[in-house]
Design a protein around this ligand. Structure first.
Ligand SMILES: Nc1nc2c(ncn2[C@@H]2O[C@H](COP(=O)(O)OP(=O)(O)OP(=O)(O)O)[C@@H](O)[C@H]2O)c(=O)[nH]1
Length: 246
């Protein structure tokens, strides 16, 4: 039996597997189109955004995550079992942002905790493989699942057509674009193998989240209230909804 991929690094917040909502301190609003760059040594008060990768098995979700966070590509990754989790720090328009990215299993038999994956996600990346039409025609069922588990106004969704480096394309770019337009999704094509579009995809999603009122600030407000209300009962050994990542 295939072993789960180990994508968790030293900065992984393991309590995220019990549900990881975002929280952030008061900060000025972001105007205009954002610019992003990778960030190092940010303070613990930076904004954390939860992103989720979903889509059929073997479309390249884990490979996109590995490429984005570690700059690596593995030609023969094993299927994800359950969920993996990685963090990437960036600076967007001068603001420190941590992307907490959840990588879910595409195989149905490994998807046992679906509702908890979606909880608190501000961004969802829906991936298909441009060389497998079935992964494109199956998108509607993923969108149905999204509708069940996320609210329309609290999650920014991006459609990603991956594996553009391969010659045997079955889904044209314009088909993906049309599909995305009809359903109000952001759209980009990528190759985890060549890096094409990968950085851009995650950055655009983060920028869009920051530009969408009510997506990233609503959870923050809720979290501030919870922290105030439960200060007396805080258990330092347990990482609550907001986990600082060293
Ligand atoms: N040529 C090419 N191969 C890719 C690309 N992205 C992923 N792959 C390969 O496709 C296979 C499946 O990739 P994964 O990243 O494991 O796919 P996944 O969507 O995470 O699959 P599950 O964990 O089962 O949900 C692996 O062998 C990858 O090396 C790409 O952009 N180009």
């Amino acid at each position: 039996m295939a072993r789960p991929k180990r994508t968790c690094g030293a900065r992984t917040c393991f309590t995220a597997l019990r549900g990881f909502d975002s929280a952030e301190p008061a900060a000025p609003p972001l105007f205009g189109r954002g610019r992003a760059r990778a960030g190092r040594g940010m303070d613990a008060a930076s904004l954390t955004l939860k992103l989720l990768l979903i889509g059929d098995s073997a479309v390249g979700k884990s490979s996109l995550l590995l490429r984005f966070t570690d700059g690596a590509f593995e030609p023969s990754l094993k299927p994800t079992i359950g969920v993996d989790f990685k963090v990437k720090k960036m600076v967007i328009d001068g603001r420190a942002v941590q992307l907490a990215i959840w990588d879910t299993a595409g195989q149905e038999r490994f998807r046992t905790l679906t509702p908890s994956y979606y909880r608190g996600a501000q961004g969802v990346v829906l991936v298909y493989d441009v060389t497998r039409k079935d992964t494109f025609t199956g998108l509607d069922s993923w969108l149905n699942e999204l509708e069940i588990y996320t609210s329309k106004n609290s999650t920014v969704k991006m459609l990603v057509g991956n594996k553009t480096d391969k010659p045997d394309r079955e889904v044209e770019r314009k088909e993906g674009l049309q599909f995305a337009r009809k359903r109000s999704l952001l759209f980009i094509e990528t190759s985890a193998k060549t890096l094409d579009g990968v950085q851009h995809a995650f950055e655009e999603l983060a920028i869009k989240i920051l530009q969408t009122p009510g997506v990233w600030d609503r959870n923050a407000e809720k979290q501030r209230m919870q922290l105030t209300g439960s200060a007396a009962q805080q258990d330092k050994s347990f990482c609550t909804a907001y986990c600082t990542l060293a």
